[in-house]
Design a binder for this molecule. Structure first.
Ligand SMILES: Cc1cc2nc3c(=O)[nH]c(=O)nc-3n(C[C@H](O)[C@H](O)[C@H](O)COP(=O)(O)O)c2cc1C
Length: 500
């Protein structure tokens, strides 16, 4: 069942990087008729690490066979596929870090990776699949989007920044034209016009078949951003995800900055609430996210005029998600005996955005684990571009070695408490990098505040659950709709019964 009389779904399984909302999870959700979303963040490294782990089940290679550039596939397999996986303690071969301009081959690897993820999520059914990207992780985004379009992605969902140039880029790609977006370079002068570009024609002289323009849903946390995107985007915005600061992952910074509680968490107030009546004035579908994953909240959202809800945390611990099973089990056990804690960490993410961190021993959330790690920046997705004194562009990350960061003109105080999310999040999904002397990168788990209430859904003794069960539980909220919403949507009694 899709949305109430609309072409859009009722429930969106939120995009969760890195590799948490993988193709397996997104496919499971899409099969129920709701929207499954794969994460496109750092997807190129996800691909090469899966290949180096031996591609169990052969799924990645099956999808690669459908990529319309067989020579790229051969090349990538030759470089990265390890049929027997890596030896104990052997590090993964890395790919070159992204920069403003990368080689054709590097661009093709990125396209291939997002193609594979979307293709697998869409394989064998007609359900809808979206791709999620962080606006801030700017450099690989255009190639990632084009790769997803090659696999006929249905929706693009982007937050963590202001994605106003993306809708136009999608239009241009659908017309087989090049697109450029402004490149955010710290310290750039007024007359600098640095851009990031991607040209499909550099890879395909003729437009590949089946390319279509996906729906574009930006993820926003304020009315003013929604209005700005409607007015100033380079192309059509098709709907919104309104994300509250209780949501998992990165959160928008509070409108009033500098207010923190005794745990150092940024505090949100009245001004951070989004006025839904004003949202309705745009005449576009909107979804509520952030502690919206209960049957009651689904009904409330629909009664308030939303098209549906976007849910992350509940899906992050579903059997199909990419999180290591032992980490899922640890977190669920602690949530069941009420000892789980989620911190809104204002320092952890090098992006400077607040980031929700589950406090769990053995992960980077624990001080000894954090301190034990020697800083190294070798994935580089969160690097910020900056202008050097000689006018050239270079890159730095507040989680890289402190002296390197300072030498690049970064402020020492910016490095305090910063965590290498890139390496930690790969460890969370079972692709931890091995370092010297037997050290392995430790994981980090993000979740929404709602994790504390997950017991309501799973009870006190259940060890796991499927994405389908999440959907079924949430859909039971349709029985709670107020009569006028039900009437407007024309839900017959029979449909209500079927959704139970
Ligand atoms: C593990 C995890 C990773 C997430 N990663 C992303 C991400 O990469 N991009 C994004 O836009 N949102 C991300 N989110 C937010 C979700 O897409 C979703 O909006 C949010 O979780 C909804 O709130 P809830 O957690 O209360 O259900 C993440 C959430 C979780 C739990």
């Amino acid at each position: 069942m899709t949305g109430l009389g609309l072409e859009h779904p009722l429930i969106i399984q939120g995009g969760m990087g890195v590799g948490v909302s993988n193709w397996v999870l997104a496919k499971a959700v899409a099969l129920t008729g709701q929207l499954g979303v794969v994460s496109g963040t750092s997807i190129d490294t996800v691909l090469v690490r899966r290949l180096q782990d031996g591609d169990l089940g052969g799924h990645i290679r099956r999808a690669m066979n459908h990529f319309p550039m067989p020579e790229v596939v051969d090349d990538v397999l030759k470089k990265y596929f390890r049929p027997d996986g890596l030896a104990e303690g052997e590090p993964y071969t890395a790919i070159p870090m992204y920069r403003q301009v990368v080689s054709r081959v590097r661009e093709q690897l990125t396209m291939l990776a997002s193609f594979v993820e979307v293709w697998l999520a869409k394989e064998g059914h007609d359900g809808k699949v979206g791709v999620n990207l962080l606006t801030k992780v700017q450099m690989p985004n255009l190639a990632t989007l084009y790769g997803a379009m090659l696999a006929r992605v249905d929706y693009v969902l982007m937050g963590a920044g202001i994605p106003k140039e993306i809708p136009g880029a999608l239009d241009r790609f659908a017309a087989h034209e090049a697109a450029s977006i402004k490149f955010d370079v710290e310290g750039a002068g007024r007359d600098d016009h640095d851009v990031l570009s991607f040209d499909p024609r550099a890879h395909f002289p003729e437009q590949p078949t089946g390319i279509k323009r996906p729906f574009f849903f930006p993820i926003i946390a304020s009315n003013s951003l929604a209005t700005m995107l409607v007015r100033k985007s380079s192309g059509r915005v098709d709907g919104f995800i309104i994300e509250a600061p209780t949501a998992g992952g990165h959160n928008a910074p509070p409108r009033v900055s500098g207010v923190i509680n005794e745990r150092g968490e940024p505090q949100y107030g009245e001004r951070d609430l989004v006025d839904l009546e004003k949202m309705k004035e745009h005449g576009l579908p909107f979804y509520l996210a952030g502690s919206a994953g209960t049957p009651e909240k689904l009904a409330e959202a629909l009664d308030a005029g939303a098209t549906g809800i976007q849910v992350g945390t509940l899906f992050a611990y579903a059997d199909e998600s990419g999180v290591l099973p032992e980490l899922k089990a640890d977190v669920l056990r602690q949530a069941q005996d009420d000892s789980i804690d989620v911190l809104t960490d204002g320092r952890a993410s090098p992006t400077g955005f607040p980031f929700k961190v589950v406090q769990l021993e053995g992960t980077v959330s624990s001080l000894p684990v954090y301190q034990q790690r020697e800083r190294v920046c070798d994935l580089g997705y969160l690097r910020q571009a900056y202008k050097r004194a000689d006018g050239r562009i270079d890159y730095r990350c507040a989680a890289e070695p402190v002296e390197t960061y300072v030498k690049k003109g970064g402020l020492r105080e910016d490095t305090e408490g910063r965590k290498c999310l890139c390496n930690a999040l790969f460890a969370t999904i079972g692709h931890a990098q091995a370092r010297d002397e037997g050290y392995r990168e430790a994981p980090l788990i993000t979740s929404g505040d709602e994790l504390k209430n997950i017991r309501r859904f799973i009870g006190s003794d259940r060890a796991g659950y499927s994405a389908g069960e999440v959907i079924e539980w949430l859909m039971s909220g349709l029985d709670l709709l107020c009569p006028s919403t039900r009437q407007k949507a024309g839900i017959p009694a029979a449909v209500q019964a079927a959704s139970r």
